[in-house]
Each structure stands twice: as C-alpha cells, then as structure tokens.
Design a protein around this ligand. Sequence first.
Ligand code: GLN
Length: 556
Amino acid sequence: MTRYIFCTGGVVSSVGKGVVAASIGRILKARGLKVAIMKLDPYLNVDPGTMNPFQHGEVFVTDDGAETDLDLGHYERFIDESLTRDCNVTAGQIYAEIIAKERRGDFLGATIQVIPHVTNEIKSRIVRVGEESKADVVIVEVGGTVGDIEGLPFIEALRQLRMDVGRRHAMYVHVTWLPQIGATGELKTKPTQHSVAELRGTGIRPHVIVARSDMPVERDLLDKIALFCDVDKQAVIGLETTKYLYEVPLMLEDAGLGDYIVKRLRLKEAKKPDLNDWRKMVDRMKRVKAPIRIAIVGKYVALKDAYMSVKEALYSAAVAAGRDIDIEWIYSGDLEAGKDWDKLAGVHGIVVPGGFGYRGIEGKIMAARYARENKIPYLGLCLGMQVMCIEFARNVLTLEDANSSEFETPSEHYVIDLMPDQRQIRDLGGTMRLGVYPCALDEHTKAAESYQTSRVLERHRHRFEFNNTYRQKFIEAGMQFSGLSPDKRLVEIAEVDDHPFMVGSQFHPEFTSRPNKPNPLFEGFINAAVEHEHSGAPIKLLSVASSGHGNGSHGD
Ligand code: GLN
C-alpha cells in the first residue's frame, strides 16, 4: 500500500522546499521504508533541457536520460536512489499528452477541460510512480508557491488524490518562510498565515508546516502558527538555515517530524530510525580542515545553482579528503578580458564544467592551457573535456585554428565534431545523447586509478564528441584516451600524460556523486589538488593572460 506526502511552498520560492522534500525522504528511508520522490513543475516547457541555466539553474540528468529539474539531484543525493524520467512531471508534458490524445480521438465527443482531464492526467502520473517504484511512500513536491496561476491544476489534483487514495494514506506538508523585520529583529508569522489561508482556499488543509528562517525559531512562535493555521503543535517545525545542507534530515528528525509522519500515515511497517551513518557523515563535514581552493571556470557562474551537482560533488570529495572547500567562481569571459587571473593563480585545482555555445569558450581554453602548462590539476566535464582537447590541439599539436564545430567558427580542424547520429536531428528538445552509457577504462591511467575498476556507467548530455580522425595525432603528442565506449567508437575520457591530473570526461560524473559516496573522478581530482597544494609549486601566469582574447559575443 503506497502512501503519499505532498509538499507545497508558500510565501516565497527558493526557501529549500526541495531539500525539505528530499530530507523527509531520507528520514523515512532511515526507517527501512522504500521511498520515491517526484517533482511537479507547473511551467509549460516539456522539460528544462532547452531553458537557459540563468532561468532555471542546472539541468539534472537521470540514468534513463531525462533532462530534469535540479531538485531531482537533491532527491538522489539525499535518498541515495536513482530516479527515473517519471519523477519529473511538467505542465508541458501533461498538455502535450492530452492534446495528442484529443487529436487521436481518445476523448471523442467530450470537451477537454482542466478538470477533469488535466487533473486526471496529473494524478495518473503520480499514481504510476507509486505503482512502478513499489514505494511505501511517494513524496511529491510542487514547484513554485501556492497561489501561482499555473500551479492551480496541480494543487487541485493533489486535493483530489487524497480522496482517491484514502484520507489516511496521504498528507500535506507546507513549507514557508518567516521574514525578519530589520529594526526589531523579530520573526513574522503573518506571511505564513496568509499562505496557509491561500492553500485552504484551494481545499487543502496542511498537516505539517515547516517554517524556514535565517534565525532560530522560538517555540512560542511555532505554537502561534499552530493556533492560527489549525495545525497540531508538534507538526509545526522551525527550520533554521544551516551551513550544512545535509544536516537538514537530522534537524527534521530531531524535531520529531519522522515520528509524526509515521503516526499520521499509519506506517506500521516503519522500523526504528537509523541515521547513524548520516550523522557520522555530517559530523565529518563539520570537522573538516582548512579549505582546498578550487576554481570553477564557466559561463553561468553568476548563478551558482547552474552548477549545483558539480558544487556538491566537489564538496563531497573534499570532505572525503578531510578538507573544506573554497570555490572561486570565475566567469570565463572575464579571463578573456584579462580579468580575474589573480583569482585563478591562487587555486589548487581548476574545473571547467559543461556548457553550450561559443560565448566564454576562449576563456575556458585559456584556463585549460594555464592548468596544463603549470601542472595544476584540471577536471573537464563534458564541454570542459572538449575545451581541454581544443587547447591541446592548438598549443601542443600547433593546429592553431582547432575548434569544435558547435561554435560555427571557420576552421580546418574540428577536433570536436557533431556525432554522426546527430546530423539528421533538427529538434533541440530531448535529442542529445542522454543518460547512462558504459565506458571501458584503460589500465594504468588516472581514470582507472581513480575508479579502481575497468568499466563504469556514467550519465551523458551532449551532441558533439572527439573527432576520431585526430586520435592518433593526439596520442603521439601525449594525450591518452583512457575511457572509450565499449565498441571503442566514442572517446569518453581524455587525459594528458605528462601532468599530475588533467582529465576530462565526455560524461557528467557529477550526476552520480553522492554525499557519502563521492564520484571517483572528483576524488581523484581533489586528491591531486591536495598534493598540488602540498607541493607549493610556484605559480606562473600565461603570457596570454593579460592581453585579452576573443570577442566574447558570439552566440550564447
Ligand atoms: N555543448 C557540448 C555538446 O553538446 C557539451 C555539452 C555539455 O557540456 N553538456 O557536446
């Protein structure tokens, strides 16, 4: 029998509703329950794959190749389960499905309406996740805040679904924000009251309120919320902002939320919670020594959410090495303009993450050259691997105009080129090489040393690849292709021979990294960065560093 927990948000967005949903997943899993989590996004895009990261943050990729909301990344990291494409539903998918059915004539004679057609479609997607995952509990988070026009059909579907599955088998958790008034420092509950009133207006009475705040929340304030919002006192939980994201499950557990949910949903199969390993992990996070300094050189650094999984993977790998992490966020366009080279000079490792389009590419190539020439550990993720190959071609093989055909700049040497299977594709949505593919590792390479195995499964999201015409030339000049697809057709990992750690992967290792099991490539990279720090190697700046390069204006 599957039970459901529906998470809505009020007052403002970005208060960590996704982390709360994920944390509830963790405290239930700690009771031996099987948990699934899904996100309902009310926007009309079919998926976030074609959205600008500035709009949406990172696009997270699942094993089965869905391009999803970054909250799925939180879910996977907190509950340590791989989710599927069914776990992210958007209004765009719902409408696309209904319109396809209508055109087929499935609804012949009927007028298609939000209620019941849209709401039924939403409900069937939620129930399907319950059935397919065979979970004891499915946690369903709705994007946005209560009161958003486009969220209404989703809220209505959740209202109905509690009736469908039985009132005792579903509950509502509402996450709000307590603002602090400057002059007195007082926390205010009024916006929470208003948002609960708004939710009740849709026919939903929350069973739990998680009140987020930057300050400790006193018991009397929580009791006041309970009184005004008609919620059990023990079900109003104050959740103060913490430096340690992974502490949230422990905070919720210690506040009694796990037991309350078990009681409310009559989860008789729940065992005594065992969060020992999780507690040990959080303790380790709190005990880390001085930070290791890592640069992320990218195009979307102004919005750190755009690199959420990269940031988390670096952090977990640093913690495993007993270190905190200090990330220097460097906009690659600034390197082109001769700026921020001092920031780059102070780091122990450089990451060039994934991305699309030409803007900022020349700056990333300069960063790769800087890392190679100064023997600073470098990790290239997807585009970061392609950039590493372009740099190597230009400066080691002296193919001066080497480039990727993605950037539509004339060149004799497209060392990165469109994959043959991609040539006929015209649509941009969901058509990249997506999801998990195997990669065979070559012995005695940095990649194999890091992974300690000969075959890995990693997640992909790309259209371009290393151009095999150049493979032999690169090998002769000192680059190894240490990871290949099992048929040897696709380069999956490249690494520079004469370098402590300069590794690029065509896949995205950040998506499989978990807080208590960092991805091995990130561990290999961080260990190399720690060694680099200990070596105290002198820092050289590139001659090109201050001269400026590239126009920074081509494409996005
Ligand atoms: N733009 C590159 C490609 O499509 C890299 C993609 C990425 O970094 N995710 O191949």
